[in-house]
Write a protein that binds this ligand. Structure first.
Ligand code: FAD
Length: 471
């Protein structure tokens, strides 16, 4: 008589090997849990393979192009740069492959069982894994974390193929399309617009809302808009895109607004991402998926099924890799029976890597006022900062939003918003201030190195004490 294979038992089974999933698996394994992780495609998920990392590798090529183009101003004579984007693509892939290999190596070292296949959750915490060859195995976890992530959204009349691309296809390009339209002026759309403009393409952004980068503090968004206009990016807001007609040369003519058209070589559809709960099964479980496809969770990332959690882009929280990491820790701590604190979503760090970069934590000025805070605000421009002048990157500012204290002076720091050179690397001081609920007086005691870009944050906080060195 043939034996019925029994399900393999684990302390934790993770479905999805992107940032939410692999961080959960590695963190749990480091705490001594026996872990399995199921991934149907490549480890690293969207972030490593089709998102954060490749997009930033492209942006770095754009930065090198900018530097070489302006090298003469630094006393370095060189010929005008030309782009070999096939090399950029190879370089990007090497970075991606190295990082994906790194995750595989860490999983091996920590004895995380990685299963290649599609995982479907059924009753009793059972995850059925269907391998690419069609065979199935069953894994049972005392706890289960769903981390199936998201995929690009599309809009009617714009099916992928030929010149119509989502971020997935753009990041596989080995040439720079000469005329590009980006549909959607959110963070990802702006990163692509910035990249291709800096590499010499003619770029137009078509945004249905009244402004690009909605949700950003206005002072910050205005700097990006001015910088984009200097790069000759054509920004059209308040326009709806209706369709397109392919031309004979591999491009297409996009229709938008009141009968307007634009002929381009590439259309980048960047209108957001939808949660990918499509292949998770969930029959016979208490896990609830809402109309928009998000798995419903409480503030501790607990689904409707006891012991089953969901993290990352699969749930309706900020679609950021590091938010997935934070949620993973919250879940694993609970699986370990430890006390976990919910993620404070209104204070997570945000970073947009277009040129100029944007970074912030906490509410902007308008948002803080709308929330009923009595605020006092200080902002200082990078053109007053010595390091920014040395690197010749003076567009941008640091803005600090503080609550007016009982003594009428600037008290607790609510938000720190920055735009300019390398601000994504400078946010940490502001992030800590906001999350530590530190006051202006406390943070003003800290010293920033000189000359450094971070002096601008220090100076902005100092000015809120009522005294300052500059302006
Ligand atoms: C162009 C671009 C740039 C971005 N830049 C940034 C950035 O700079 N910073 C930032 O923080 N975020 C950025 N993001 C967002 C970031 O990539 C996502 O927030 C992050 O990847 C979400 O992680 P996740 O683990 O929830 O999902 P994903 O990364 O989408 O991973 C989910 C994984 O689950 C797998 N999977 C799905 N269903 C199943 C199943 N049933 N069985 C097995 N496996 C399954 C998928 O194959 C995938 O590998 C960017 C995204 C894009 C597209």
């Amino acid at each position: 008589m043939s034996e019925i294979p029994t399900a393999e038992q684990f302390d934790l089974v993770v479905v999805g090997g992107g940032p939410g999933g692999y961080s959960a698996a590695l963190y749990a394994a480091s705490a001594g849990m026996k872990v399995a992780m199921v991934e149907k495609d490549a480890l690293g998920g969207t972030c490593l393979n089709r998102g954060c990392i490749p997009a930033k590798a492209f942006l770095e090529t754009a930065a090198v192009h900018r530097h070489v183009a302006h090298a003469a101003e630094f006393g370095i004579e060189s010929s005008a740069p030309t782009v070999n984007f096939a090399v950029t693509q190879q370089r990007k892939q090497k970075i991606v492959d190295g990082l994906v290999g790194g995750i595989a190596g860490m999983c091996k070292n920590r004895k995380v069982e990685v299963r290649n296949g599609t995982g479907r959750l059924g009753a009793g915490h059972t995850v059925t894994v269907t391998s690419p060859d069609g065979s199935t195995t069953e894994l049972v976890g005392t706890s289960v974390i769903l981390a199936a992530g998201s995929v690009p959204r599309l809009i009617p009349n714009f099916e992928r193929g030929g010149p119509i691309m989502t971020s997935d296809e753009v990041l596989d390009l080995d040439y720079v399309p000469q005329r590009v339209v980006v549909i959607g002026g959110g963070a990802i759309g702006c990163e692509f617009a910035s990249t291709f403009s800096d590499l010499g393409a003619e770029v137009t952004i078509l945004e249905g809302l009244p402004k690009i980068l909605p949700g950003l503090d206005s002072d910050v968004a205005n700097v990006v808009v001015r910088s984009f206009k200097k790069k000759k990016i054509n920004i059209r807001t308040g326009v709806n895109v209706t369709g397109h007609t392919p031309n004979d040369s591999g491009g297409t003519v996009v229709q938008f607004g009141e009968g307007e058209t634009l002929e381009v070589d590439a259309v980048i559809v960047s209108v957001g991402r939808r949660p990918y709960s499509d292949e998770l099964g969930l029959d016979g479980t208490g896990v609830v998926v809402c109309d928009r496809g998000f798995v419903e969770v409480d503030e501790f990332c607990r689904t409707g099924e006891d012991g089953v959690y969901a993290v990352g882009d699969l749930i309706n929280t900020p679609q950021l890799a590091h938010v997935g990491y934070a949620e993973a820790i919250v879940c694993v701590k609970q699986a370990l029976g430890e006390r976990a604190l919910p993620v404070q979503y209104d204070r997570v760090p945000w970073a947009i890597y277009c040129h100029p970069e944007v970074a912030f934590a906490g509410p902007g000025e308008e948002e803080a006022k709308a929330a009923g805070f009595n605020v006092v605000v200080a902002k200082h421009p990078f053109k007053a900062n010595s390091r920014a002048r040395i690197i010749d990157e003076t567009d941008g500012l640091a803005k600090v939003i503080a609550e007016v204290g009982p003594d009428g002076r600037a008290g607790r720091i609510l938000g720190v918003h920055m735009v300019g050179p390398w601000v994504t690397e400078q946010l940490i001081g502001g992030y800590l201030a906001v999350n530590w609920e530190a006051t202006v007086d406390e943070v003003a005691e800290f010293i920033q190195p000189h000359p450094s870009l971070t002096e601008l944050f220090g100076e902005t906080v100092l000015s809120l004490t009522g005294r300052s060195f500059n302006g």
